[in-house]
Design a protein around this ligand. Structure first.
Ligand SMILES: *Cc1c(COP(=O)(O)O)cnc(C)c1O
Length: 450
């Protein structure tokens, strides 16, 4: 048998090992790997399928454990096991959203979910969109459409002005520069201390634009540092008054589509021109999964469409739109998790985590050492430990101490001129007891580094 032939008869033997390793991923509670492992070098003669379980064990032992509720420092969690298992099926199929014949089911699912999110977010019937590989690519796609896309072929780009809150994700600055904008075309709009865009500052910037300028305004539904939500409706009204394209970065907060109690944050969203969503952040699917929604099929065709000469078919291939060529069938994984959990359960998890974050804010307020620096809108809470830390040295020492103890892991973020501890409460297994332990762990580590 040639080594490249698929050894299907090995599958039953290692299937149980695979499930054991996956179970171990979900059961491990220590966030960081405890041992450093040597990486076996690439062999001339392969080890064979039967040795795969050893590699899986090595991978699991050496990786961070996103499923652990103690791992509460990033907008990243382990996907729901149903999504992880479906990902294996999707990977084996390797269907490609580029062409219909390479994704007969997945392309239909992509369309089905675009329509689903349009409804779930309360958008009009004229919304459309596409999946993109990650939030940065989805944001780039939206801003590319805003500056005219393929239709303009780069014509007149110097007239565009991008107005972004100072809290906007760095990927939007990257996108602006990729799109050929220069510094004077990119303006930062002041925010409040929790990173919410100040509509008055935005209006002033819009008013001061030179004649003939074409403004593009970004607002954020769930900022990356504070999880704050901009006043989308106020920004929408200003965009309408000044003729600006309104892009809403809902990569994190788009999950509120399923919330039972916090849907007021979505108000005004239906008047946007483009919206990006990031299911990989708060919908418990694996990377990559992001969506760029656009108002108007014509815009999608004009700005983001180019014909593909490689395979002529009856229905338009979904690869004719957007920036990417090949795209994974990640829409199918998202669809499977929505089928498995249902939107009610997802909404309840989201609401419960927002409630827990409010509780965490209360616990921090009661602490002698830990100081929350904002009231949370969603499931992120930033806080100071003792005095303001400008260098981040003390926080790094605290974080290291916590990691060594196998305890709470939170990230360290810079906001303006201060470095802060950042908690993202994302694990569905989080409870109030965890929050109390977070506070105790961090207070103790802070004492030891005082
Ligand atoms: C994470 C994030 C992004 C970028 O998404 P990636 O998938 O990491 O490229 C964009 N905007 C916001 C608000 C984010 O939190």
């Amino acid at each position: 048998m040639s080594a490249l032939e698929f050894e299907l008869n090995a599958l039953p033997g290692i299937g149980a090992d695979l499930l054991r390793e996956i179970t171990r991923i979900y059961e491990s509670s220590v966030p960081m790997p405890t041992a450093v492992h040597a990486i076996p070098s690439v062999p001339k003669v392969g080890r064979g399928m039967a040795r795969l379980p050893e590699l899986w064990a090595l991978i699991v032992d050496s990786s961070s454990r996103l499923a652990s509720p103690w791992m509460s420092g990033h907008m990243d969690t382990a996907p729901h096991p149903a999504a992880a298992l479906t990902q294996a099926v999707v990977a084996a199929l390797n269907n490609n959203l580029l062409f219909r014949e390479l994704s007969p089911f997945a392309s239909d699912i992509e369309e089905h979910l675009i329509a689903h999110f349009t409804r779930a977010l309360g958008l009009g019937n004229d919304w459309t969109g596409l999946f993109a590989s990650g939030g940065s690519i989805a944001g780039l796609t939206a801003l590319f459409a805003a500056v005219g896309g393929y239709a303009g072929a780069g014509e007149g780009r110097d007239r565009f002005r991008l107005l972004m809150p100072e809290s906007a994700h760095v990927s939007l600055r990257k996108a602006a520069i990729v799109l050929g904008m220069i510094e004077r075309q990119i303006q930062r709009i002041d925010c409040d201390d929790a990173g919410r865009l100040d509509p008055a500052a935005l209006e002033q910037s819009l008013r001061q634009l030179p004649g003939g300028a074409r403004p593009i305004v970004v607002s954020v539904l769930g900022t990356t540092i504070h999880g704050s939500v901009d006043d989308i409706a106020a920004v929408a009204a200003l965009c309408a008054r000044y003729g600006a394209w309104h892009h809403v970065d809902a990569i994190h907060g788009g999950a509120l589509a399923y919330s039972h109690h916090h849907r007021h944050f979505l108000s005004g969203l239906d008047q946007a021109d483009s919206i990006t969503l990031g299911p990989q952040k708060w919908m418990y699917v694996p990377r990559v999964s992001a969506i760029c929604l656009l108002r108007g099929q014509q815009r999608l065709d004009d700005a983001l469409g180019l014909p593909l000469p490689y395979s002529i078919g009856e229905r338009p291939h979904r690869g004719r739109w957007g920036l990417q060529g090949s795209r994974p069938a990640d829409a199918v994984v998202l669809w499977a998790i929505l089928q498995t959990l249902g939107t009610d359960a997802l909404g309840s998890i989201i609401d419960r985590l927002i409630g827990l974050t409010t509780k965490f804010h209360e616990l921090l307020t009661e602490s002698q050492t830990l100081v929350p620096t904002h009231k949370p809108d969603l499931n992120l809470q930033v806080f100071r430990i003792g005095k303001a830390d400008r260098s981040g040295d003390r926080l790094a020492a605290i974080q290291e101490r916590l990691a060594a103890a196998g305890a709470t892991w939170m990230s360290i973020s810079r906001w303006r001129d201060e470095v802060l501890m950042r908690a993202v409460l994302l694990s569905p297994s989080l409870t109030e007891a965890h929050l109390r332990q977070f506070v105790r762990d961090i207070e103790k580590a802070a004492d030891q580094t005082a």
